[in-house]
Design a protein around this ligand. Structure first.
Ligand code: PEP
Ligand code: MN
Length: 447
């Protein structure tokens, strides 16, 4: 049980550190009021659940489980509907079913959901047709609409984000505890996938899974036990006031947990080892991640481990690499060697999205499916060559039929991007592309 002890400033005093990417709220009192309000609210997740994820991350780091982390680049309040949540959850569960078979190990299912509402931006301002306004920083900060009014950071949005995260988690819990995620059902969802001729090459694989399911059923496997699945929530711990207000002491252990999600990560733009974001996560017991890009140095890497996992506890720290398909085979091996020589365990996860963003000729921020898959392949190659464990994937996806990523079995081309380009920030794999990725990764996992 969580008690209601207040923890001003968080455990590690992040307020004394440089904080990048924070909104400039016009009214400090309104910010203080919103934060005080959040401190009185119930936690969104519980310490026991967070600990169980941490144990699963240990297994993943050792190759005895595989992590699947996926969801929107930026969740939006507008899209916080039952249908959207269900389709996203369904997509992740379908991918997990395919990966479980490929890896012959459990898949740790984590949604970039129920709190992925704050975004780092490369510029503080955005200019359109000669008009310059503050950048959109995610629905927990300001509104996407391009008007002066909409772009003013409003701290009340943190409370709104909390409430929406709560309703999202409530629906996820209902679906995953109530039998909707029954393994047999998830598998039957996958049958439709191979109906598309583009996915013919996965047909025999899908049939194998089918046969395995029938075998288990015939052998009297207790499917009742498989009716419930563990599903966890994660987001970038970007908005410091929000994460701080959600940090609570667990009365069983006296430890601090960020109760806004089970897993939190620090982004590539805010991962300075002496900066506020790392200080905040250093003080909580959740499993945490850090995005690392191709410019990461040896010193940065080792100081991140010093701050976030000084004692080398397995399952605590994930390194989420986002190198770019053209660089991963060169830049990842030395970093893996440094960590291996250090000896403190990490969980290596690939984010094949953020190093591969391009602008199409018709002006869309997009990515190519083939390039994304090439980075995943590079990730597996590097770890297999070095004898380390490729422990998971972190992807931007949606359960919808959007057209934001080029290619895949539906051959989305540049003109096709215009058809359903709906993301607020980065391009997401659509439902079919997500499944295609799962089949391909399952093949890689089988070696
Ligand atoms: C993201 O995950 O949406 C993101 C901004 O990633 P990164 O920090 O790796 O650029
Ligand atoms: Mn993104």
């Amino acid at each position: 049980m969580m008690n209601e002890l207040q923890v001003p400033g968080g455990a590690a005093g992040w307020r004394q550190h440089h904080a990048a990417q924070q909104p400039r709220y016009p009214d400090p009192q309104a910010l203080a009021d919103a934060a005080a309000d959040l401190r009185t609210r119930p936690p969104l997740v519980f310490a026991g659940e967070v600990d169980s994820l941490r144990e699963k991350m240990v297994l993943a780091s050792q190759g005895r489980a595989f992590v699947l982390m996926g969801g929107d680049c930026a969740e939006s309040f507008h899209d916080n509907t039952a249908v959207n949540i269900r389709l996203k959850l369904q997509t992740i569960l379908q991918m997990a079913a395919v990966l479980t078979y490929g890896a012959s190990t459990p898949v740790v299912k984590i949604g970039r959901m129920a709190g992925q509402y704050a975004k780092p931006r490369s510029s503080d301002t955005e200019t359109r047709d000669g008009v310059t306004l503050p950048s959109y920083r995610g629905d927990s900060v300001n509104d996407h609409a391009f008007t002066a009014e909409a772009r003013i950071p409003d701290p009340q949005r943190m409370v709104d984000a909390y409430l929406r995260a709560g309703t999202t988690l409530n629906l996820i819990r209902s679906f995953t505890m109530g039998g909707y995620a029954d393994l047999r059902e998830v598998h039957s969802w996958n049958r439709g996938f191979t109906a598309n001729p583009a996915y013919k090459r996965f047909e025999s694989f899908a049939e194998e899974i089918d046969r395995a399911m029938r075998f288990m059923e015939a052998a009297g496997v207790d499917f009742e036990a498989l009716r419930q699945v563990d599903f966890y929530a994660a987001h970038e711990a970007l908005l410091l006031e929000y994460e701080d207000a959600m940090t609570r002491e667990d009365s069983r252990s006296g430890r601090l947990y960020d109760t806004s999600a089970h897993f939190l990560w620090v982004g590539e733009r805010t991962r300075g080892a002496d900066d506020a974001h790392v200080a905040l996560l250093a003080g909580v017991h959740n499993p945490v991640g850090v995005k690392i890009g191709p410019t990461t140095t040896r010193d940065e890497l080792l100081s991140l481990i010093d701050h976030l996992n000084p004692d080398g506890d397995p399952g605590r720290l994930s390194l989420i690499t986002r190198m770019g398909a053209d660089r991963i085979r060169d830049v990842l091996p030395p970093l893996v060697e440094i960590v291996r020589a250090d000896g403190r365990p990490v969980t290596w996860i690939t984010d094949p999205m953020h190093g591969n963003t391009i602008t199409s000729e018709n002006g869309y921020k997009t990515r190519r499916f083939d390039t994304i898959m090439d980075e995943v392949r590079g990730f597996f190659e590097v770890h297999r060559a070095l004898g380390t464990v490729p422990a998971g994937i972190h992807v931007e996806l949606t359960g919808d039929d959007v057209t934001e990523v080029l290619g895949g079995g539906e051959h989305i081309d540049e003109a096709g991007l215009a058809r359903r380009y709906e993301t607020l920030v980065d391009p997401r794999l659509n439902h079919q592309q997500s499944l295609e990725m799962a089949f391909e990764v399952a093949e890689m996992l089988r070696g």
